[in-house]
Ligand binder design. Sequence first.
Ligand code: AHG
Ligand code: MN
Ligand code: MN
Ligand code: MN
Length: 328
Amino acid sequence: EKSRIALPVGSNLDRFIMKNQEAFPYASGELSQLIRDLAYAGKVVNREINRAGLADITGAYGNENVQGEEQQNLDVAANIRFTRALKKGGEVAAIISEEDEEIIDLNNPRSKYIVAIDPLDGSSNIDVNVSIGTIFSVYRRISPQGSPIQTEDVLQPGSAQVAAGYILYGSSTMFVYTTGKGVNGFTYEPSLGEYILSHQNMKMPKDGKVYSINEGSYYSFEPHVRDYVEACKKRGFSARYIGSLVADFHRNLLKGGIYIYPSTEKAPNGKLRLMYECNALAMIAEQAGGKATDGKQRILDIQPTDLHQRVPFYVGSTKMVKEATEEA
Ligand code: AHG
Ligand code: MN
Ligand code: MN
Ligand code: MN
């Protein structure tokens, strides 16, 4: 039985983390500190995003990342901020990041945790002032503390996550996360530098009338995906596709809906990355009563084989995900 961490709306993230920690037997505070370190880095990135147009931080960085994407300056800046904050925080032994081909070993040998992160999700939206996000997963390391990081430490199935969440740099900035006891959302109050509990025990509607998919690739979708898109249109559902997964996911979490990045001819395994996009949002979705699959199996059951592997992603209201993947 998931005990809700009951705190009045208006409490701040720090108090909530402390309350949450008490709910965990033998919690020694490291995970609490890790969450605080992520939240802090989010404040720093939030400020840089809000000033992106003023400071010389928009545009392309001039490198290609392991994804074959042109890195944006803010991709690189956000990656540095989160990596530095987690290194300094001392609770994380290693990071896998969308923006780094190899495992980032933080040389914190005593640390218990591994973080997988998409430091900036929705990069194509940075320069056009549309919402973007950060996505993170937290795992316990498997190999003994002090020993070198092993592949088994970083390639864990999503079901092994001890925490997962996202930051949405939107019309307001929000920190939304779970440690397996439900999902809670905090709205950032810049004048105080505090995240305030604004969305307690978030639940995703079981059904919805919003579908998020890039219909530009319609003719390269598999037949069952085209059929589902047609069915949505026949029912007069709303098409909402922001091009920022975190923003689309968050709206569907609140209002009900489905986000699909299916297999296409260009991307047979879809575009989204299992380790630092799909697993975290799949945990959040399930904790809020929703569903997340790759069209055939539960995202959280997938045993990863590569740091940057892509999977088709169907996530959102349970009824919609079931229908969209029926006999996929
Ligand atoms: P990222 O910016 O971290 O590389 O991820 C962007 C993702 C996701 O946020 C968004 O929904 C999707 O890419 C958009 O892809 P398409 O432009 O191919 O639709
Ligand atoms: Mn990218
Ligand atoms: Mn992304
Ligand atoms: Mn990214």
